[in-house]
Design a protein around this ligand. Structure first.
Ligand SMILES: C[S@@+](CC[C@H](N)C(=O)[O-])C[C@H]1O[C@@H](n2cnc3c(N)ncnc32)[C@H](O)[C@@H]1O
Length: 183
């Protein structure tokens, strides 16, 4: 059983998060913001407990050329096809995808889409009810240069009020990964 008070100093989040997912025996998970599927691959290759993995991303990268966005999507598709019995690819925004999920079913929702304060706050709020009691919410880029809205959103989200945000302890940390246990 994972202790969320423990430090996992194994390098980047691609290494840290699969360890956490494995130790928590996560079976059903949604990754909000997938990009090319690097994290998806790291988790699916390292976590035999996973039975359902939902990859959610519109795969429209506004600041990028169409060809680049297509290449990113195709890489994610390869990951999906490699693990096709467990994975579900949903090419929609977080807000457009969330209604496909029943309340209280996910073991883990991982928030790594648009990192603005408004979007992270929205993602935390809309995905919280989809997680079962005893499950987990987490995300990435806490206090990183890419995560300008992440900490403020976590700290102002009513659903997380009073709950402990786990992220390792500096200088050893979870490389931007944050986790909350849902009571
Ligand atoms: C930081 S990347 C995700 C990285 C991935 N989780 C990993 O660790 O390999 C952010 C992704 O979020 C996606 N994104 C942006 N806005 C989104 C939204 N509203 N809903 C879902 N995904 C979104 C982008 O298309 C981009 O691919």
């Amino acid at each position: 059983m994972l202790s969320l008070d423990k430090n996992y100093n194994y390098g980047k989040h691609y290494i840290v998060l699969p360890i956490i997912v494995r130790e928590l025996s996560i079976q059903s998970m949604a990754e909000i913001g997938v990009h090319s599927g690097m994290l998806t691959k790291a988790i699916l290759s390292g976590c035999p407990s996973i039975q359902k993995y939902h990859m959610i991303d519109p795969w429209i990268l506004p600041k990028c050329k169409h060809e680049y966005a297509e290449a990113i999507y195709n890489r994610a598709l390869i990951v999906r096809n490699t693990y096709r019995t467990q994975t579900y690819m949903i090419a929609r925004t977080s807000l457009d995808a969330v209604d496909r999920f029943e309340d209280g079913k996910l073991d883990f929702a991982y928030i790594d889409g648009n990192h603005s304060h408004e979007h992270v706050l929205q993602d935390i709020t809309i995905w919280w009810s989809k997680i079962r009691s005893g499950g987990y919410m987490g995300g990435h880029d806490l206090d990183s240069k890419h995560g300008h809205g992440v900490r403020s959103a976590i700290e102002s989200a009513p659903v997380l009020d009073g709950l402990t945000i786990h992220h390792g302890t500096p200088p050893i940390n979870w490389h931007g990964v944050w986790m909350v246990h849902k009571p």
